[in-house]
Write a protein that binds this ligand. Structure first.
Ligand code: ADP
Ligand code: MG
Length: 476
């Protein structure tokens, strides 16, 4: 029996979600870009299986094309067969002349015209504080629960100074930058929450750059661009998260540039975050970049062991949990690069303890966190990697070193090369030589190919997790 459009689309969503959630650190990506898509119909025209879905705007369509083209195309053919194609119906705000453009594989159908409700950005006549919910801050990100360490001391103290005196804008714009999961969002939101709590007349607004862009696009579509900029100009403390996202998006940069200038001129506070220093953000116009550098930029770095332990203890205490010292030590020594992962480990531990009515101790932690912790075997050799990978694929290890280009051998060879890069200290040249005298560029290519497949294919990723586990479970 033929599935319904909804069933077919839901099956696609599962695959897409897997891919996105394991390849993006932004938990809202799936919700923002895929949940709004509505399945409309599934039919067959000649040999082509057509799944038609509805998109909320033309911009939405372009976004999906730009960012998820391959993923969507691969998912649809994987779920519905090689002859399946996805068709879009696009909702447009007014009867437009511009028909949705057609791409080679994601074909657009004639558009539907549906009026949209009015937007919710309201500009007050006299300054009034925004209702707390409109500030879009998460209440749990405060200074009180932000643990200070060498890794964030400067950023934290500047943030606190701004929060305590938002009128003094000598640090504006304040830019916090650093890698994923190191507390940027927490810190910039803490400023907003502090201002809201102590200066009740101040209008505070937190937005992610993605959200700012969406609002901007909607306001263009609805001919409310004036209202959009007036709204933003009425804000006292504007917090924009992840501005690297503006890279290569000229229109939004232009808009942001104007809002930015206006707020700066009015001596309002602007707070930004980015995942790298401003000079390394690609595709940002020079004049906007130089604005980012007017105020103060401070980075957050990977926390040292002591800070990681302090963060764990703090989080555990917030949950009413008294972590044994050796458990804190075990987690902090093994999870090094990301505070979000530290939190994840703690949650896993608590779930484990509750479900199994188990006491939290070092042995239990080791068991519960075994796939969190990338314990690497210390003396892995290329021979050992080849053996484990070939065992997995039930292949003779000699084949991997031979000339054959059979698909399953190539796959095993690439994966073995990938792990040789990851788990050993050997040079590209040595690795190439040990795989039947291959060139170093083959090794580079293999590594890239494995990475690509891990990015787009969740089954492949699962397979890699399995192999990695076997490598780690039985070190030589
Ligand atoms: P980023 O925006 O840099 O990716 P987040 O601010 O989202 O990182 O931080 C990830 C998680 O780690 C959040 O839950 C945050 O509360 C927590 N966190 C980060 N830094 C600290 C810190 N110094 N003290 C306590 N919690 C922290
Ligand atoms: Mg963040």
């Amino acid at each position: 029996m033929q599935p319904t459009a909804k069933e077919a689309w839901n099956a696609c969503l599962k695959v897409i979600r897997d891919n996105i959630e394991s390849s993006s650190d932004n938990p809202t990506t799936f919700v923002t870009w895929f949940e709004p898509i509505k399945p409309l119909e599934l039919d067959q025209v000649d040999s082509e299986v057509r799944l038609t879905v509805e998109l909320p705007s033309h911009f939405f369509y372009e976004w999906l094309e730009e960012h998820f083209y391959h993923l969507i195309r691969e998912t649809v053919t994987r779920v519905l067969g090689p002859d399946a194609r996805l068709y879009y119906k696009i909702i447009i705000a007014q009867p437009a002349e511009s028909a949705p453009s057609e791409s080679s594989l994601l074909r657009a159908q004639p558009q539907t015209v549906i009026k949209r409700p009015a937007p919710d950005l309201v500009v007050p006549n006299a300054p009034v504080p925004l209702p707390a919910s409109e500030s879009r801050l998460s209440r749990c990100n405060t200074f009180d629960n932000f643990v200070e360490g060498d890794c964030n001391r400067l950023a934290r103290s500047a943030a606190l100074a701004i929060a305590q005196d938002p009128e003094d804008n000598s640090f504006s714009p304040f830019l916090v930058y650093g890698g994923v999961g190191l507390g940027k969002t927490h810190l910039i939101q803490a400023i907003g929450n502090h201002v809201l709590a102590n200066h009740t007349r101040k209008r505070v607004r937190y937005v992610t750059s993605e959200h700012f862009l969406n609002e901007f696009v909607q306001s263009i579509e609805q001919h409310r661009i004036g209202q959009f900029s007036a709204y933003y100009r009425s804000i006292d403390v504007l917090i924009v998260d992840d501005v690297q996202f503006f890279g290569k998006k000229e229109k939004i940069q232009e808009m942001f540039f104007h809002v930015f200038n206006e707020l700066h001129h009015l001596r309002k506070q602007i707070i930004l975050s980015a995942d790298r220093p401003p000079k390394d953000i690609k595709g940002i116009e020079e004049r906007l970049l130089s604005r980012f550098q007017w105020g103060l930029a401070a980075d957050v770095q990977i926390p040292d062991l002591e800070t990681r332990m302090a963060i764990l203890n703090r989080k555990a205490a917030d949950e009413g949990l008294d972590l044994p010292q050796d458990v804190t030590d075990f987690i902090a020594r093994n999870i090094k690069s990301n505070i979000r992962e530290l939190e994840g480990a703690l949650v896993r531990l608590m779930t484990h303890a509750t479900l199994l009515h188990d006491e939290i101790n070092a042995a239990m932690a080791r068991q519960a966190l075994k796939d969190f912790i990338h314990d690497q075997p210390t003396h892995v050799t290329i021979d050992y990697i080849v053996k484990i990978v070939c065992d997995y694929f039930k292949l003779n290890p000699d084949l991997v070193r031979a000339k054959t280009r059979k698909r399953e051998v190539v796959q095993a060879r690439q994966i073995a090369m990938f792990f040789a890069r990851e788990l050993t200290q050997n040079s590209l040249k040595t690795i190439g030589l040990q795989f039947g005298g291959r060139d170093h560029s083959t090794v580079v290519h293999s590594e890239r190919s494995v990475n690509n497949q891990m990015e787009t294919n969740s089954q492949y990723r699962e397979m890699m997790v399995h192999i990695r586990r076997s490598l780690i479970a039985n070190p030589p």
